[in-house]
Design a protein. Sequence first.
Length: 297
Amino acid sequence: MSVRVRVPAKVNVQLAVGGARPDGFHDLANVFLAVGLYDEITVTPADELRVACSGPYAAQVPLDRTNLAARAALTLAQRRGLDPAVHIHIAKDIPVAGGMAGGSADGAGALLACDALWGTGASREELLEICAELGSDVPFSLVGGAALGIGRGEKLTALEVGGTFHWVFAMAEGGLSTPAVFREFDRMAQGREVPEPVASAELLEALAEGDADALAAAVSNDLQPAALSLFPELAQTLEAGREAGALAELVSGSGPTTAFLARDAEAAEKVAEALRASGTCRAVRVAAGPVAGATVL
Ligand code: C5P
């Protein structure tokens, strides 16, 4: 018997970053939106814990115990005194090290799949607690939809969304390490006061109203200057999307994937075509959100 779980990618429509905390993390006001680009995690009983990955980004995925899917299985097994003897297969469609929570999706997916396979009966609260142990973005991969994350980004409040937002994602040649982008943020912030991160009232209202123009005016990412500093070529991708008529363009999370908001599905296809023709990125995908979080299929 196997259990298969589908988990979406995310885009941060707002990523407000505070100063570095004593534990090295940063306080955030992080507005997540789950979008319809998915990894599928399948867990099957086996002799021992093993991770395999397929799909266009498979070569970049670590298959050892640093993989968040393996860590999720180990953590749940340890809590229940079980042997984590499963084969975890990741069908990967979310870019790796792209700022779209691909690794977090695999952690949340493997956790939900192992919970179902082993019949551990963990409560939603316990699953969310394990997710937060695995990483700051993992709880959101479990819940999906739209949410405001505070603290490290792991303390979530679900947000109302009054419509569907259409996005185009441009995958860059190569990845960016999230810790490296936060370090660059700290370096660039040296000598200036970093304000407390707060969610934008205009942005939350735009989400609630399903108003793409208002959302376009309100999106922001405090990590964008740091991502651009480490990956200057992204400026050309952002410009190509803007010229193609995107309502807004921004770096997704810590990058280097760039995200473009379009008025509707048709406009998104046009922006995607122009980005593909621009030669400024490796691949282009269209996806809408919000969508549900990790789901057993
Ligand atoms: O929580 P997660 O393991 O995904 O975080 C990866 C890295 O991103 C952390 O080690 C830290 O360098 C940085 N980070 C941060 N502040 C956050 C979330 C992540 O500095 N709120």
